[in-house]
Design a binder for this molecule. Structure first.
Ligand SMILES: Nc1ncnc2c1ncn2[C@@H]1O[C@H](COP(=O)(O)OP(=O)(O)OP(=O)(O)O)[C@@H](O)[C@H]1O
Ligand SMILES: CC(C)(CO)[C@@H](O)C(=O)[O-]
Ligand code: BAL
Length: 288
């Protein structure tokens, strides 16, 4: 029988309960989200449930990772629906704190995200990853889980968090989970709901272009600049405004001119006013 998850608003109450569960020998998993849940988020919960006795899902639209003029105010907040979606899993605890609970009045301390945050997303959203690193470290404090689950859809975000955890000696395992897509290939994202019907069709070109490049690399194409230039042009022709299309080393995120080993193809693009990201990992035949 499905059961609505237990909801915490007070971070310190959650921390005590997580510690108590761990003292009983339970393994705790953490799934940080900004809510407006979809099957992508739920796949992270399912992954956690494979090895964890208890999963904590945090639902918090973190103000410090949005720049002025971005969509912080309009970001969808759908807590009741989110709780219903989570009721298919058990046991799940939800932390849904107020901003003041995560940023106590007077707080000025923040995490300086690692160097890898300065490229790609960092060029277009220069303060974004400092905000992400700060809130994720706080979430690790209030939900001191054994493992935390992040989607590969935000590829650079996972790399930033992996480096932060390494650099700051945070005792938590970071688990990367694959991208969940709609049937036609569009990467699931809470922001997809901003798209009009026409924009939704145009947005599909992002994943189609990624797939076409994967096919070319798998068939032996090695020129990273040529391929990313072609992708850029295809998206522009479809009415998309790419911010970046980069073929990069999956570890360093530095762009790769000649593809001889596994690469990640990363895209950020605007469809109308909506900013979407997507990526795919691919290995050339020479490395297999
Ligand atoms: N399609 C997806 N497949 C797998 N994981 C995903 C997917 N979409 C989001 N996630 C992961 O869920 C976690 C929470 O992400 P978030 O709440 O920002 O969702 P989102 O749909 O990516 O929203 P946004 O539209 O704001 O980017 C992150 O670790 C993110 O990578
Ligand atoms: C990790 C995260 C929950 C931090 O606010 C957010 O960046 C997200 O949803 O990917
Ligand atoms: N998933 C990334 C959250 C953001 O765009 O702010």
């Amino acid at each position: 029988m499905s059961q609505v998850p237990r909801v915490f608003h007070d971070p310190s109450e959650l921390r005590s309960e997580v510690r108590r569960a761990q003292a009983r020998g339970q393994r705790a998993g953490l799934v940080p989200t900004m809510g407006a849940l979809h099957e992508g988020h739920l796949s992270l919960v399912a992954e956690s449930q494979k090895t964890c006795d208890l999963t904590v899902v945090t639902i918090f639209v973190n103000p410090t990772q949005f720049a002025p003029g971005e969509d912080f105010e309009k970001y969808p907040r759908t807590l009741d629906t989110d709780l219903k979606l989570l009721s298919r899993f058990e046991p799940v605890w939800v932390l849904a704190p107020e901003v003041e609970a995560m940023y106590p009045s007077g707080s000025t301390t923040e995490v300086n995200a690692p160097e890898i945050a300065r490229t790609l997303e960092g060029e277009f959203r220069p303060t974004h990853f400092d905000g992400v690193a700060t809130i994720v470290l706080k979430l690790f404090q209030v939900a001191p889980a054994d493992a935390a689950y992040f989607g590969q859809k935000d590829f650079q975000q996972v790399r930033v968090i992996e480096e932060m955890v390494r650099d700051l000696l945070v005792p938590i395992e970071i688990i990367r989970c694959p991208i969940i897509r709609e049937e036609d290939g569009l990467a699931m994202s809470s922001r997809n709901r901003y798209l009009s019907e026409g924009e939704r069709k145009i947005a599909l070109v992002i994943s189609q272009t990624l797939r076409a490049s994967v096919a070319q690399i798998e068939a032996g194409a090695t020129d990273g600049n040529l391929l990313s230039g072609e992708m850029l042009a295809l998206m522009q022709e479809a009415g998309i405004a790419p911010e970046y299309v980069t073929i990069a080393d999956p570890q360093t995120l530095k762009s790769v001119e000649t593809i001889t080993a596994e690469v990640v193809i990363l895209v950020a693009a605007k469809v109308g006013a909506t900013r979407l990201i997507d990526n795919v990992l691919v290995s050339p035949p020479s490395s297999r």
